[in-house]
Structure formats: structure tokens, C-alpha cells
Write a protein that binds this ligand. Structure first.
Ligand SMILES: [Zn+2]
Length: 393
């Protein structure tokens, strides 16, 4: 079993619905906990499961019917059922010494609740929408790459983002067919990435444009009174408006970049089984300020992170080539090394006069992509996910 976790794309109404259900789950959990504690206090001992079952009957037969609790009837019944189950499990974990005594939940603990479909497993279809039993259909930020069979849907909030995660059986995931066996990918500033099959993916221009506009706006408004709490200077209304608009522009371009990266990494993961990319030379790249800004804008780290976590979905193998492997300096035809290659050289010309690449020049990035594809085993390691959306259970 493992869980897939994907961000939900909610509107205000849906967000309120999720918050209400989180509150409901918390209410029921605390209600059950208070009653079990009371039972213990008056001397009732014995199976906690039986106690919770009795408490559940009181809840549905009495508490839920009280006029002040009418709001509960508009919410999903799957949520309170699951909250009682959670309480039972918390007691069991405590009994086994796996965790502390069940404690009351507060708003501060964050929002989360689980919909458990007791009728059996349901199918979550691939695509950009998900049907959560008894709650409805919701949009997803990223599409489900294939259909899953699942029984639990946990909805949770991190900062202002809402996620849905489902526990899925690994065996039930349909095998993915990759039309091509392997690819080497060279990342670059001029062209976002060059694949060893000859295709090139251009860096998104809109992002660069957005950045230029942003820099311009910031310069034009450089004298705005930005406010300083320590000195008791209040932010002017115009400044507030300006900073809000900057924040919006930032969010817009970062979303565009994310969309681009998601699309690119999904396409690559669909097409190839073995994906070889170069390790990112952090210190070397950061030494050049212009280059480092361009690189962080393009999101190479994000690109790699996505390829790695998507390898779970698509059953791909992502391999990282050691950064000491001179992928851009070697000739992919004869293997000789070119030591005087400049960063500005866009084509690769082999120094070996008897090599074909001496007379016919190659695209520099394509040459590097070939080398990554054919890197010797000593330089290759399987990529490990650093931050992952796939939690193994
Ligand atoms: Zn050569």
C-alpha cells in the first residue's frame, strides 16, 4: 500500500465545505474522547471498541438530533464514522505503546479529515478531476496519471493549499507501457532541455517576460513608503496596493512555470522507461550570478524532483549522472575529450581529426544528451526522492 497525494483546486465555496468537514471530524473525535474519559472516570472498564460503538449509537440517536446540532446533517456521514474509527485506532496505538494517550484535537492542529467509503473500494479515474464519495467532484491541480482503486480519501490543508490523498494498492496500478527504452536529458539555459532522441524543449518565454515586467514595476515604485513597524511608519495605501499586485504577479508566473514543468515531466515519464539526467552542480552554477538566477527561474531542481516522484506513477527509472562526468566535453561518437570548449560554443566540433564529428559539427546540447544516455555505469546512480509527494506506508 502507498498513498498518492495531489493538490486540490478549490473555489471559495468548496474551501468552506472542506473547513466545515474538518471541524466536524474534530468535533466528533473530541466528543468520543470526552465520553470515553468520562466512562473511565465513573468506573467503566473493558473493550474500548465496544465503548466507542455504544458512544456512536448515542451520537447518532441523540446528539446528532439535537436542534443545535442540525448543521451536522448537511455534512457527510462518512466523516463522523471515520472520526470514531480514528479515535479507536488512537486508543489501540496507545495500548500498544506506539503513541501517547489520545489527546483532544484543536484548530491549531490544522485541518484534515478522512472520507472512508464503507461500501467498498471505489475507482478514482485518471484525469484532472476526482470524485470524493458523498462530497462531490473536485478539480485537481495536477492530473491523476492513471486510475486507482481506493477506499479512503484524506483531505488536508497545508498553509492555504488543500490536498487529497488516497491509499492505493500497488498491485492495482495498471502497468505503464513506455514507447521508448531510454533517454539522456541535457538541461540548459538557452534551450530548457535537449533529449537524446533529438527533440528539444524551449524554455517558456512568458516567464522571462513576466520577470522583466516585474523588475520594471519594482523600479518605478522604488520610492514608495513601504512602512516600518519598529519606526511606527504606516504603509501607504498605494504601497499596499502595489505590493499586493506584485505578489499576484509572482504567483501568476510561478504557476505558469509549474504548469510547464508538470507537462514536460509527465510527457517524458510517459515516453521513456529509463531517464538519465545530469546531477546539478550547485556551487558551480551559483558562482555565476546571471546564470544562477536563470537556472533557479527555470526550475531545474523542480524538474528533477518531479521526474523522480513521478517515477512511482509511471514506473520509470530516473538515473543521475555524476557531475564529474564530462558530458559536455566528450565526443559522443569517438569518446575523445575536448578541453577548450567554451560556454558560448553552441556546436560541438570533435578535436580528433579522424572522427566524423570533426567535419560535421553537432549541436552541443544534443552531444551532451547522447553522453548522458551512454554514461559508463561508474557514473550512474539511481535517483532518490528528497521531497516526495508519494508517502510509502
Ligand atoms: Zn569524435
Amino acid at each position: 500500500m502507498y498513498a498518492i497525494k495531489i493538490e486540490l483546486k478549490l473555489n471559495n465555496k468548496e474551501r468552506i465545505l472542506m473547513r466545515k468537514h474538518s471541524g466536524y471530524a474534530r468535533f466528533v473525535y473530541n466528543y468520543g474522547l470526552a465520553l470515553t474519559q468520562e466512562l473511565y472516570f465513573v468506573g467503566v472498564r473493558g473493550s474500548i471498541t465496544k465503548q466507542i460503538n455504544e458512544i456512536k449509537k448515542v451520537f447518532t440517536g441523540y446528539t446528532k438530533k439535537q436542534p443545535e446540532n442540525q448543521w451536522m446533517n448537511q455534512l457527510s456521514s462518512k466523516v463522523y464514522q471515520r472520526a470514531f474509527m480514528d479515535l479507536g485506532q488512537a486508543y489501540q496505538r496507545w495500548a500498544k505503546g506506539l503513541s501517547g494517550k489520545p489527546a483532544f484535537k484543536s484548530k491549531k492542529d490544522g485541518d484534515s479529515f478522512t472520507v472512508y467509503d464503507s461500501n467498498g473500494k471505489v475507482l478514482a479515474l485518471s484525469g484532472k478531476k476526482i470524485r470524493i464519495p458523498t462530497l462531490g467532484i473536485f478539480r485537481l491541480k495536477e492530473e491523476l496519471p492513471c486510475s486507482y482503486v481506493t477506499q479512503t480519501f484524506t483531505i488536508s490543508r497545508q498553509a492555504e493549499k488543500w490536498y487529497v490523498s488516497c491509499a492505493v494498492d500497488a498491485e492495482k496500478i495498471p502497468p505503464t507501457y513506455h514507447p521508448q527504452e531510454a533517454v539522456g536529458i541535457d538541461l540548459g539555459v538557452k534551450c530548457f532541455c535537449t533529449l537524446s532522441d533529438g527533440s528539444q524543449i524551449e524554455a517558456p518565454k512568458f516567464y522571462k517576460q513576466a520577470k522583466t515586467k516585474l523588475a520594471k514595476a519594482q523600479w518605478q515604485n522604488r520610492n514608495k513608503q513601504s512602512g516600518n513597524r519598529r519606526q511606527g511608519v504606516k504603509q501607504s495605501n498605494r504601497a499596499k496596493k502595489f505590493y499586493d499586485s506584485i505578489a499576484k504577479k509572482h504567483a501568476r508566473s510561478s504557476n505558469q512555470r509549474k504548469d510547464f514543468l508538470h507537462k514536460t515531466t509527465t510527457d517524458i515519464s510517459r515516453k521513456f522507461y529509463r531517464i538519465r539526467i545530469e546531477d546539478l552542480n550547485v556551487s558551480g552554477m551559483l558562482a555565476n550570478r546571471k546564470l544562477s538566477s536563470a537556472i533557479s527561474d527555470l526550475g531545474f531542481y523542480e524538474f528533477r524532483r518531479q521526474l523522480i516522484y513521478k517515477s512511482e506513477f509511471f514506473r520509470t527509472k530516473v538515473e543521475v549522472i555524476d557531475r564529474w562526468y564530462p558530458s559536455s566535453k566528450l565526443c559522443s561518437l569517438c569518446g575523445s575529450k575536448h578541453d577548450n570548449l567554451k560556454l558560448s560554443d553552441r556546436v560541438y566540433q570533435c578535436q580528433n581529426k579522424s572522427c566524423l564529428a570533426h567535419t560535421i559539427t553537432m549541436d552541443r546540447d544534443l552531444n551532451a544528451a547522447y553522453n548522458l544516455l551512454n554514461a559508463p555505469p561508474d557514473f550512474v546512480r539511481l535517483a532518490q526522492s528528497e521531497v516526495t509527494l508519494v508517502d510509502k506506508k
